[in-house]
Design a protein around this ligand. Structure first.
Ligand code: 5GP
Length: 209
């Protein structure tokens, strides 16, 4: 038995180093009904990053063209680089009744909310403390000291937007945070207005048409 459901857009935002990427990966591994939105960026790839999986890496000319053609659902400058969400894969997933996970910043979240408010569910992930945030940024090792310092400074600015989100999760323990995100997703999927096939299902249950 399957009841037709409208897909939702699950946004996870946080300052860099709060654990959002780990939570996203675990969620994607464990839930076959949600798919990741792969962004385009002008940032150069980090070691180990895979084209088409982590990002689509593009130059500025290509990025500007995508903006002009209206191919991006939202876009923003973050840490001096451009980032954007290609629209087409998102619409395709939603139409197929699948949910889409977004790892985007507060600017992108605002734009997405402006375009599709009822389809967007926003979660903000916070680190448990400033010390922990800095520790996590340092142990990543892939970023230079300069980048780490810049991200610590940016973290405060990013965190000031916490109140624009529907849910806030303080990431003390990854498994616990993952459980919270899954619970939010389960509840949001069960919202009456997203269950577009429910009226028909209930009519069948009641024996009316
Ligand atoms: P990073 O360079 O570490 O992968 O990402 C830096 C920041 O850019 C993160 O906060 C991430 O959420 C944000 N970001 C990644 N992709 C997008 C996007 O498509 N749109 C927006 N607005 N932000 C993004």
């Amino acid at each position: 038995m399957s009841i037709q459901r409208r897909g939702l857009m699950l946004v996870l935002s946080s300052p860099s180093g709060a654990g959002k990427t780990t939570i996203s990966r675990l969620l994607l591994d464990q839930d076959p009904d949600i798919t990741m939105s792969v962004s385009v960026t002008t940032r150069p790839p980090r070691p180990g990053e895979v084209e088409g999986k982590d990002y689509y890496f593009v130059d500025h000319a290509r990025f500007d063209r995508m903006v002009e053609e209206g191919a991006l659902l939202e876009h923003a400058r973050v840490f001096g680089n451009m980032y954007g969400t290609p629209s087409q894969p998102v619409f395709a997933a939603l139409e197929a009744g699948r949910d889409v996970l977004f790892d985007i910043d507060w600017q992108g979240t605002q734009q997405l909310s402006g375009k599709a408010r009822t389809d967007v569910v926003r979660i903000f992930i916070l680190p448990p403390s400033t010390e922990e945030l800095e520790k996590r940024l340092r142990t990543r090792a892939q970023d230079s000291d300069e980048v780490v310092a810049a991200r610590m400074a940016k973290a405060s600015e990013e965190m000031s937007h916490w109140a624009e989100y529907d849910y806030v999760v303080v990431n003390v323990d990854v498994e616990e945070s993952l459980a919270k995100v899954k619970a939010i997703l389960a509840a949001e999927r069960a919202r009456r207005e997203r269950q577009v096939g429910m009226a028909e299902f209930v009519n069948r249950l009641r024996g009316v048409d």
